[in-house]
Design a protein around this ligand. Structure first.
Ligand SMILES: [Zn+2]
Ligand SMILES: [Zn+2]
Length: 332
């Protein structure tokens, strides 16, 4: 029978459509012709030797000629630090200048690799770069929120093959982030507890939706996940801002993120996915009620009319079955 589940963190009602539930294996796409990618591509702006093809570099790990990770401004930035922060509120037309920041993080010199296939050390380099950019950009006056995300594959919004992530810093707190914070404050006021710490504690106790537990992080499928195999990675230590992650945590997160993505890669045959780091707005650090985390959304289903018309989602895979399936997927 179908069931409606409420996600207490996102405030979303999700229809778990058990009647139409597929077996986890049915989510593996029909084998499309796998393109074999070269290690290096002459006209790829992210490949070594083509550094001049990208806008200015903002950070680099490694030498100029033998870099490991680079971050650069986005060629077609959605927002720009060159703009002056300006608000125009004229009656019903409310607007702002396009002030902010938009960078691309080139994750690896090799054109044809993936986080799931990198060494732990290489993934840690990517996380260190995220953190360095976060820490620098949060100091820019007028920046309110920083969103780090990755689009993998055409179904997730990218056609660029070279492994990369992005960072967008906004001059406002995005409404979805604000809504999660308000929910977390309500919960804290009612119970005196962090809703995320509490969720993690209960998920660990139940065990059925856990995918992977490492020393400092836990990946799991939320009880009311809005999409098949949607996963969250929570740090075990209460911390509102991703910027406060310590060295030991970057090492453990690298291990957890890589293994979690490896389970998708091997278990569901390299599906398209997005992930995003959800962190407290930069001026609201140090709170007891918010807890940063990573959300991974495999793009295995397409939100359609009902979702657009209601903001409610239909998930055709039972989170408990998805978690069990992924737990059993072995890495390389
Ligand atoms: Zn490339
Ligand atoms: Zn917490």
């Amino acid at each position: 029978m179908p069931e409606l589940r409420y996600n207490i963190i996102s405030r979303e009602w999700v229809v778990i459509a058990t009647e139409r539930a597929k077996r986890p294996k049915d989510f593996i796409r029909a084998k499309k012709e796998e393109k074999v990618l070269p290690e290096y591509k002459e006209n790829c702006p992210f490949c070594p030797g083509n550094e001049k093809m990208t806008p200015a570099e903002t950070f680099r790990l490694g030498d100029e000629k033998a870099w490991r990770v680079r971050s650069v401004y986005n060629l077609y930035g959605a927002l720009s630090s060159q703009e002056k922060l300006e608000r125009k509120n004229l009656g019903i037309t409310i607007s702002m200048s396009g002030f902010g920041n938009h960078e691309v993080i080139i994750e690896h010199p090799r054109h044809n690799t993936l986080i799931a296939l990198m060494s732990d050390q290489e993934v840690q380099d990517i996380i260190r770069t995220y953190q360095q950019r976060y820490r620098v950009i949060q100091k820019i006056s007028g920046i309110e929120a920083i969103i780090i995300f990755k689009n993998h594959g055409p179904g997730a919004g990218t056609s660029l093959e070279h492994p990369h992530s992005q960072l967008i810093a906004t001059p406002i707190v995005p409404p979805q982030i604000r809504s999660r914070i308000e929910r977390a404050i309500d919960y804290f006021d009612l119970t005196g507890k962090c809703i995320f710490c509490q969720t993690l504690q209960e998920e660990l106790k139940a065990g059925v939706r856990i995918v992977l537990e490492t020393d400092k992080f836990v990946s799991f499928l939320p009880y009311a996940g809005a999409a098949p195999f949607l996963m969250w990675i929570f740090p075990k230590r209460h911390s509102p801002s991703f910027s406060e992650i310590n060295e030991e945590e970057t090492r453990d997160l690298a291990r957890n993120l890589k293994s979690t993505l490896q389970k998708l890669y091997y278990g569901l045959d390299n599906p398209d996915f997005n992930y995003t780091i959800r962190s407290i707005p930069v001026r609201e650090k140090g709170t007891e009620y918010f807890h940063w985390y990573i959300s991974i959304i495999p793009r295995l289903s397409q939100p359609a009319g009902f979702e657009l018309g209601s903001g409610m989602f239909i998930n055709t895979a039972l989170p408990e079955e998805g978690a069990e399936f992924l737990r059993q997927v072995k890495g390389a």
